[in-house]
Design a protein around this ligand. Structure first.
Ligand code: ZN
Length: 488
């Protein structure tokens, strides 16, 4: 398992490198190396010795309930990997590696036709993969189980559908209200100042810089595990908008702190040759909690605003409350990663409906741009002018990540549930106002982080709240917050 983890971490490091520093002509050579590393990961993880040990452990009878859970989780991952024939695993690595390049070029030129053949190939492989994993279930279930085990497509649909009406209603209500002025956010923000500010906030959050780095990159921000005590978070800065870098850093900081907080026993454990830490929803609950419930709260800025004013003097004359309202302005927009808290999940709903339609064959990939634009119009009332700001904006499908998007919405929902639970222990509000983010981190470590990959999202939420995943607290949180921001 340690070997699998070593190959797997190297494979993820290559993925991060591809998106940051790799020169353009290195692509085809990189495809070969990545395919080789993926094959090695798969081979190491599926070796018969692991299966023997897992069966011995399953029958050992002297494991604690937590250990039993963990063994079960690893066994599930092992079974999934074994169900994937080696040639299909290799084709998967090869195709997704080159599809990423087609997607990059298509996005840069805003030309969907460049990406279409690669999308067809990845989709076809995704269907083969789903069928190899478990032909008796909906292909979406087979694929999404790699990101969100324990959440069948029907359950995801139920939860996402429950968001649709309340969120659309809130969007309409906001559109009729007078928006706060966002003028204070306009300006020119030195990149060095922004980078320093990101470091300051991450330090406050409890990010351990001895076992992690925050790196500024031109591409999409992400967090990867390179090995034990080695977490690399990336952030992207914009000179004309400090929010992108700041909240992006808090988001990736949330992912990183989660990884750093897992018990040591997880250091060399491995669950999926795709390198996806289970579950993405739990991961997103942590990143989005730091980015939104903390980072976009008035309590947090009550403490942190003076730091911002020192780092960026253009905020010296701005009032705290005006600033807080400005960073929470909600407006339907085209780009998911820049969407505000109210509209964000509607972006996810669109992607969920499109990817399930592509997998079931109801939507031919060639019709994706049109279908995308129609759904944007229907759900958000905006229409992309180009495919780059439309169906080409996200990297996921080029990497074969069908079934991944719902985890973002589930993360929002879980974040609100975990936050509520934390309030029962009287943790967040006062600590936030006084800048005591360490209390929050300590609570999260003992209730969420330390369990690492041992529990699925439904299991974790059940353990914390006694109930199931429930969108209600998230909806209630948004309604209450936006009533304040927009003076309803
Ligand atoms: Zn994230």
């Amino acid at each position: 398992m340690k070997q699998a983890a070593m190959y797997g971490h190297t494979y993820s490091l290559m993925g991060a490198d591809q998106e940051t520093t790799m020169p353009p002509d290195a692509g085809p050579g990189r495809d070969e190396i990545a395919t080789f590393m993926f094959g090695k990961t798969h081979e190491a993880f599926t070796c018969p010795e692991i299966q023997d040990v897992l069966s011995q452990l399953a029958n050992a009878g002297d494991l604690s309930p937590d250990e039993t859970h963990l063994v079960r989780r690893i066994s599930q991952g092992h079974r999934r990997a074994k169900a994937l024939p080696a040639d299909l695993a290799n084709a998967w690595a090869q195709t997704t590696s080159s599809a990423w390049r087609q997607w990059t070029e298509a996005k840069a030129k805003s030309d969907f036709q460049i990406f279409l053949p690669a999308l067809r190939q990845v989709l076809s492989l995704a269907k083969q993969k789903a069928s190899a994993l478990d032909s008796s279930i909906h292909p979406y279930n087979a694929l999404s189980a790699g990101f969100e085990p324990g959440m069948p497509v029907e359950e995801i649909r139920r939860i996402l559908s429950a968001l649709r009406e309340p969120l659309s209603k809130l969007v309409r209500k906001i559109s009729r209200a007078t928006p706060p002025s966002g003028i204070c956010l306009k300006g020119f923000f030195l990149l060095e100042q922004q980078e320093r500010l990101s470091q300051v906030v991450l330090r406050r959050m409890g990010f351990n810089f001895k076992s992690g780095r925050l790196i500024v990159v031109p591409g999409h921000p992400q967090t990867i595990t390179v090995g034990p005590c080695d977490i690399r978070a990336t952030t992207r800065l914009a000179v004309d908008d400090f929010r992108r870098g700041f909240f992006g850093s808090m988001h990736e900081g949330g992912h990183s702190i989660y990884c750093q907080g897992a018990d040591q026993v997880f250091d060399w454990l491995f669950l999926d040759p795709d390198g996806i830490p289970i579950s993405m929803g739990i991961h997103e609950s942590q990143s989005r909690m730091y980015e939104n419930l903390i980072g976009r709260s008035l309590n947090f800025w009550t403490f942190f605003f003076p730091f911002l004013q020192t780092a960026m003097p253009q905020f010296e004359e701005v009032g705290l409350e005006d600033f807080w309202k400005a960073i929470n302005i909600s407006r339907p927009s085209l780009i998911r990663v820049e969407a505000d808290e109210v509209t964000y999940c509607l972006h996810i709903l669109i992607r969920f409906e499109l990817e399930t339609a592509m997998l079931s064959g109801e939507l031919d990939p060639k019709d994706l741009p049109e279908a995308w634009n129609a759904k944007m119009k229907e759900y958000l009332g905006v229409t992309p002018k180009t495919d780059a700001e439309g169906c080409l904006q996200d990297v996921h499908w080029s990497k074969g990540y069908f079934g991944y998007f719902p985890s973002y919405a589930l993360g929002n929902i879980m974040a609100a549930q975990i936050w509520l639970r934390m309030q029962e222990d009287e943790v967040p509000s006062a600590d936030l106002r006084s800048g005591q983010l360490s209390t929050i981190k300590a609570w999260l470590k003992s209730h969420v982080h330390k369990w690492g990959m041992a529990y699925t999202a439904p299991e974790l939420i059940k353990g914390l709240t006694g109930g199931s995943l429930d969108p209600e607290p998230y909806i209630a949180y948004l309604k209450e917050k936006y009533a304040q921001v927009y003076n309803f």
